[in-house]
Design a protein around this ligand. Structure first.
Ligand code: PEP
Ligand code: MN
Length: 339
């Protein structure tokens, strides 16, 4: 249930409602809005009728059921859209954020030259895989710890916050120590033990949509993070499996608009994995921003033909710079964010 407090409710009235929610056997989740506060009462096993009776409590405007199973993720429990801070960068603000970098960190020179180039082209965050989820066990699996150290070095030199994928619960502490945001890859979207572990991490999470996941499943995966205590979640649409074969995946841009209706969480788009084709990155990026995406994550490599993973969908440094110039939506630059 959602308990909407009146605009003139006092702090004591709010605290009373929070206490009563606990007494009724639910967990209270408070959002202090600019005009009014909202208390979401979530959990199972509590007494719903006792919650409904809170309509009569002082300072309460109304008590309504939460319309969706993804309760804390739902826009209803929050009132307004939320934003997520990663260092100086804010995803979900007025300007879109561009995250760029190689699919995999391959060498010091590769990641540093990419970081410098994407920064001067206007990217605000750096991506780079250290632990790679590869379809074949014979493919490049990532440099692991060495890649994490190189990502830290690139962040220290350029100021770009860094995001990398975490595949296993046992890697969480090490990865969280080195990077600014942890990515849950598409293949792990429903790895519930990983989600529960990441709910206890004090770092923001980038949650990719599973290749065969419905929007509801995706938002419920995010609910694991929020209900476990991590509210700093950014969603990422990266394409789903369909009968289409000319593209690597089918990028579901309508889902971006839908998620913005259903949820308060920021949502970004990955046109690289979404299409698998570098010539489509620019038009699809423009479309993503036009439909309301809060940002983009794009694969960039100094020499895509030599990339150890995802070369065909990676832009080279000058193509990335041209792509950035072709974006018409306002883009957050590092200079703006650190002011
Ligand atoms: C990636 O970002 O390199 C990646 C493997 O993405 P996804 O999980 O969306 O396939
Ligand atoms: Mn990739």
């Amino acid at each position: 249930m959602v308990i909407n407090m009146a605009a003139n409710a006092t702090e004591a009235e709010l605290q009373h409602v929070i206490e009563r929610v606990k007494e009724c056997g639910f967990q209270p989740h408070l959002t202090r809005g600019t005009e009014r506060s909202i208390v979401a009462a979530v959990g199972s096993g509590g007494a719903r009728s006792a919650l409904e009776a809170l309509k009569a409590a002082p300072g309460v405007e109304d008590v309504v059921p939460i319309a969706h199973p993804f309760k804390l993720v739902s826009k209803q429990t929050r009132g307004a859209r939320s934003s997520v801070k990663i260092g100086n960068v804010c995803i979900g603000g007025a300007e879109a954020v561009v995250i760029a970098g190689p699919c995999s960190v391959e060498s010091r020179d590769q990641i540093l030259s990419t970081a410098r180039a994407v920064r001067s082209a206007g990217a605000t965050m750096l991506r780079g895989g250290a632990y790679k989820p590869r379809t074949s066990p014979y493919d490049f699996q990532g440099l692991g710890l060495e890649a994490l150290q190189l990502l830290s070095e690139a962040r220290n030199e350029t100021g770009l916050p860094v995001v990398t994928e975490v595949m296993s619960t046992e890697d969480v502490p090490l990865i969280a120590e080195h990077v600014d945001m942890l990515q849950v890859g598409a293949r792990n979207m429903q790895n519930f033990s990983l989600l529960r572990r990441l709910a206890r991490v004090d770092k923001p999470i980038l949650l990719k949509r599973g290749p065969s996941a419905s929007v509801r499943e995706w938002l419920l995966a995010a609910e694991y993070l929020l209900s476990g205590g991590n509210c700093n979640v950014v969603l990422c649409e990266r394409g789903i499996k369909t009968f289409e074969t000319e593209m690597r995946n089918t990028l579901d841009l309508a889902a971006v608009a839908l998620v913005r209706e259903l949820s308060h969480l920021p949502v970004i788009v990955d046109p690289s994995h979404g299409t698998g084709r570098r010539e489509l990155i620019q038009p699809v990026s423009r479309a993503a921003l036009a439909i309301g995406a809060d940002g983009l994550i794009i694969e960039v490599h100094p020499c895509p033909e030599r990339a150890l993973s995802d070369g065909a969908q990676s832009l080279n440094l000058s193509e990335f710079s041209l792509m950035m110039k072709g974006l018409t939506a306002p883009i957050r630059t590092l200079a703006t964010t650190s002011r």
